[in-house]
Design a binder for this molecule. Structure first.
Ligand SMILES: Nc1ncnc2c1ncn2[C@@H]1O[C@H](COP(=O)(O)OP(=O)(O)OP(=O)(O)O)[C@@H](O)[C@H]1O
Length: 286
């Protein structure tokens, strides 16, 4: 199935532009690669949901796309931007906001400070010393407060993480991700720890607030993938194929999904697609 033809939200998306990712990864303490010669296409300004069985390499792939390398693996990750047929190799590390499975809030900072933290850390040092930054700092603070307000966290702005519920902490983490305003957003099971109502609300907020971004959302929740996915990819299982000297190109399984705008309502149609997605995931060879 052609990925691009499946994309909804046609108004906001520039489907002529995409990132092609080719990646291989083998951790030093493992004999077999986690994946080899894996290819993935991310159309820009599209919500891609990535599923797969536990341990297949979803988090590793996100980490590789960010450019993170702790030296404990043999890895290769080539990102090619394809813009109206013109291809060029790019580095995405400066263009990515990453939201991890844990909220990773600093316990000694309040919500507002946590939201502002990434911006502060990524500023060059000389910028912090400049005198005329007061106005910019005020603007950033206003933006952070606006994000917290939009996410229903006005009263939590000056509270420490240990004074917040799990759902509130995840919303602060989402505000921090949005604050960075990066074109590519990678989210690793961001809503997994939430109750059903908070998860539903945050899915709605994420779809609305990340509509202009190229998003990869790792999830184990088939319903979440069908609600949010404009492209859904199921991680191929490569473990049985590693013995061969020939390196085939592995591709993701692409189940079908409704061609309506996201976030999709939970109804009978969504339930049917959810069942079909679970079947497609079961069919991935183990
Ligand atoms: N830093 C590391 N060093 C060595 N092995 C690792 C490291 N990180 C992950 N692995 C291994 O790589 C494989 C893929 O792990 P990864 O966390 O990417 O899977 P995942 O699909 O995200 O799993 P889950 O759905 O459970 O979060 C696993 O076998 C894991 O044990």
């Amino acid at each position: 199935m052609d990925v691009v033809s499946n994309v909804s939200h046609a108004k906001t998306q520039d489907v002529d532009v995409s990132y092609e990712i080719q990646a291989s990864l083998c951790y030093a303490d493992q004999t077999k690669p986690v994946y080899k010669n894996l290819r993935m296409t991310l159309p820009k300004q599209t919500f891609t949901c990535l599923l797969g069985e536990s341990g297949c390499g979803k988090t590793s792939l996100l980490r590789q796309i960010t450019g993170f390398d702790d030296g404990s693996s043999q890895s290769e990750c080539i990102v090619t931007e394809v813009n109206k047929g013109v291809r060029r190799t790019v580095t995405l590390s400066d263009s990515i906001a990453y939201m991890a499975q844990q909220d990773l809030l600093m316990p000694w900072l309040n919500s507002l400070e946590n939201v502002l933290l990434c911006d502060y850390l990524t500023q060059p040092l000389w910028h912090k010393w400049r005198r005329n930054t007061a106005k910019k700092e005020r603007e950033k603070r206003d933006k952070a407060l606006f994000l917290l307000e939009t996410l229903g966290l006005v009263e939590a702005a000056y509270k420490a993480p240990n004074q917040l519920s799990g759902g509130m902490r995840q919303r602060v983490a989402l505000a921090r991700t949005l604050m960075q305003d990066k074109p590519v957003v990678l989210m690793d099971e961001p809503f997994a720890a939430l109750d059903a109502i908070n998860r539903y609300r945050l899915q709605d907020l994420a779809a609305e607030m990340l509509a202009e971004k190229s998003v990869v959302l790792v999830t184990h929740d088939a319903q979440e993938a069908i609600r949010l996915g404009q492209q859904i990819l199921v991680f191929p299982n490569q473990r049985d194929n590693q013995e061969s000297d020939v390196q085939p190109v592995f591709d993701f399984v692409r189940p079908s999904f409704p061609e309506t705008a996201i976030p999709r309502p939970i109804n009978a149609e969504l339930g049917r697609y959810q069942a079909a997605l679970l079947q497609a995931m079961e069919a991935v060879p183990c």
